[in-house]
Every structure is written in C-alpha cells, then in structure tokens.
Design a protein around this ligand. Structure first.
Ligand code: ADP
Ligand code: MG
Length: 363
C-alpha cells in the first residue's frame, strides 16, 4: 500500500503547493510511482504541472461528490512516474455539498483505497484552511508534512494545526503521523530566517527535515511554465533542495517501502476490485458548521491560548492574512494533550514566541 502524505498548514503562502508539487515530482524522478492529489480549489498545484483544471475531464471534486473514481480522474504528466488528480474551482462549494454525505470526513480515505495499491506515494496538496477538505486529507493520510515559512508569523497558527491533528487522531485517523516539518523559503543571509529556523528546530527537534528549501527564484518561476522545478531548472538550488527532501522521505519510509514490495509479492487481493466511490448518505441533521471535524469531535473543549513568551520578537508591521476559519478548538494546554508522545501536544511558548499579535481572536 502506498504512503499517503498530506501537505498541510492552514496559512496561505507558506509553500504547501510548491512543496506538494516538487516533492511529488522528486519522488517520481526517483522512480517511485507517485500521485499528486490537488484538493485546493485554487488549483495551483494542477496548473503547476501544466494542466488546465477547467478543461480537465474530472477532478477531485467529482471524486469527493461520488461521481467519479480516483482512477478515472487521474491524468498522466510529462514525468513517467507522476500522475495527478486535478482540482477544480467547483471544490469551493464541495464542503457545503458534502454535508449530507455519510461519513463525510472519510470520503477521500475510501476513495483512495484502490489508488494506494498503484502508487508508492500519494501526496495531497491541502487548501489554506482547516475545513472539510483538509479534514478529508488528514483522515486519508498516513502522515502530514507541515511546511513552515521562515518568516515572521512562521509559527502562528501552528497550535491550531497541531490541535486539529490531535482531534483527527482521536476521532478519525488514530494512525496519523507527522512526516516532518519543512522549513521553506529559507534565506541564509537573513538573520530572521536563521532565527526562525533555530526556533522551529528548538521546538520540533528532529521532526524538522534536515533538508531546507531555500528561497529560489527558479522555484517561483517554474509553475508559470507548467513544470516542477526539476524539469524547469534541474541544477537550481530549488531542485536540489526538493530532491534532498524526497531522499529523506524515501529514507524515512524505507521500511514502509520494503514492506510494500514484500506485500505486493504475496498480496493476493485482486487489483481489479471495483473502485470505491463516495456514496450519498441518508439525510441527517446538518451540523453546526461544515468546517468542523465531525459530530464526535465535540468533546474537545476549546482552550485559551497560552501567554506569549516574554522573549517574543517585536511584532511586525502588519499581520498576515489567515484565511482559515478557526477550528473548534484552540491549542491544547496540557502536556499530555498529544497523547502519542511525539512532543506535539503542547504548542508551547516557544511556538507562540513568533506570534505577532497576541490574543487575536481565533488564535
Ligand atoms: N522556495 C521558494 N523560493 C521562492 N519562492 C517560493 C518558494 N516556495 C514557494 N514560493 C512562492 O511562494 C508563493 C506561495 O507558495 P505556495 O506554494 O503557493 O504556498 P501555499 O500553497 O502554502 O499557499 C508562491 O508564489 C510560490 O511560487
Ligand atoms: Mg497552495
């Protein structure tokens, strides 16, 4: 079974799409069959691979609404080992349309069952929110890769993300792991970049990838040519950084890949079993919000955020736009909150040291 990695962070502009596309391309370049699943209605990941989402025959939207199987929505790219399920602007309305679906948070997980047999890696590009699309991705995923931009506000909102991961583990996907935290848009000449990188490493320790993605103009140019940076400029620092990341992901999942190879050799399960598509459910009362993690997640009490560290850096001039609707709970406040001993339960003062505007509502 292939490994499903969701690239998630509810902040926009931190490098999710860039990472999802270029990680997927670099895994494919390493001859691992890889599928990129674009769940962001903005479809930047789709267009970054030279595919026009509006003219694609079907998309993640059709998969989530149950009319098309993943296999039938999959397109090949110019890289032999890389396929993509494109996004579509219709995904904007998918969260509302899925409200009445049976187990609406698990639709993607079910839909991907068959594709997991085809690919070594399935990389999901998540939208900049913690809504139902991201919940579907986190529920379908084996792990989550968290890009963190080495900028002011880098760690702002990470508590929300970690808490959402905790809720997903409790109610939807107990096996969800942290694949790693990736420092993006790093500029070693800037003291700020180095400070943020050090702070992220202090908090997340060895969960931070050794590979760091430097700020590189080739990375930002490549999407307008419809190519991953590897095909646009193979010797750029961006290509090297993302190849290094892919190498780390492959190394970290070596046992997994070996198990998969062994499983394939002995796996008698038919590959031509009927694909799983979402089924509409009988009507049920509408939840209080489509972006909530599900009815049984209600037991998690929202917690007030801890106080910011006295050593927090001075707030920058203007806060970033956080487009995410806040999830139902704020960062956990007890050390045991994570419950998995992975050190992510308490987004401590260190995390909040990069908060710019302490006490903003919803943070
Ligand atoms: N390593 C990098 N060097 C230069 N620009 C980058 C890099 N990574 C991302 N960008 C640019 O930053 C912007 C936001 O990146 P994107 O991947 O779209 O973020 P997200 O998906 O989190 O919103 C894009 O314009 C992208 O081209
Ligand atoms: Mg994006």
């Amino acid at each position: 079974m292939g490994k499903v990695i969701a690239v998630a962070n509810q902040k926009g502009g931190v490098g999710k799409t860039t990472t999802a596309v270029n990680l997927a391309a670099s895994l494919a370049a390493s001859e691992h069959p890889t599928l990129l699943l674009d769940t962001d209605p903005q479809a930047n990941g789709t267009s970054s691979l030279g595919i026009e989402s509006r003219t694609a025959p079907s998309s993640v939207y059709d998969v989530l609404t149950g009319s098309v199987a993943v296999e039938d929505a999959t397109l090949h790219t110019e890289m032999p080992f890389l396929d993509v399920v494109p996004s579509h602007i219709n995904l904007v309305g998918a969260e509302i349309e899925m409200i009445d679906l049976f187990e609406r948070e698990r639709v993607l997980k079910k839909a991907l069952q068959r594709a997991r047999r085809t690919y070594d890696f399935i990389v999901i590009d998540c939208p900049p929110s913690l809504g139902l699309l991201t919940l579907n991705a986190l529920t379908a995923a084996d792990s989550v890769l968290i890009p963190v931009q080495t900028e002011y506000f880098a760690l702002e909102g990470l508590g929300q993300l970690l808490n959402t991961i905790k809720i997903v583990r409790q109610h939807l996907n107990p096996d969800l792991e942290i694949e790693g935290v990736l420092l993006t848009m790093f500029d070693g000449r800037l003291r700020l970049s180095n400070q943020v990188a050090a702070e992220v490493r202090r908090y997340f320790g060895d969960r931070v990838f050794e590979a760091v993605v430097q700020r590189n103009v080739r990375v930002s140019e490549a999407p307008s040519f419809g190519k991953p940076v590897l095909l646009y400029d193979a010797v750029s620092s961006g290509s090297k950084n993302y190849m290094a990341l892919a190498g780390e992901v492959i190394r970290n999942n070596q046992r997994y890949l070996e198990d998969e190879a062994a499983g394939e050799a002995s796996d008698g399960a038919p590959l031509d079993a009927p694909p799983v598509v979402a089924e509409p459910a009988p009507p049920r009362p509408a939840p209080s919000g489509a972006a909530r993690p599900g009815p049984d997640a209600g037991g998690v009490e929202p917690q007030p955020p801890p106080n910011p560290s006295p050593s927090a850096p001075p707030p920058p001039a203007s806060p970033p736009t956080v487009s995410a609707p806040p999830p139902s709970a704020a960062p956990p406040s007890s050390p045991s909150a994570a419950g998995r001993g992975d050190g992510f339960g308490e987004p401590s003062r260190v995390v909040l040291a990069s908060r710019a505007t302490p006490g903003r509502p919803g943070q």
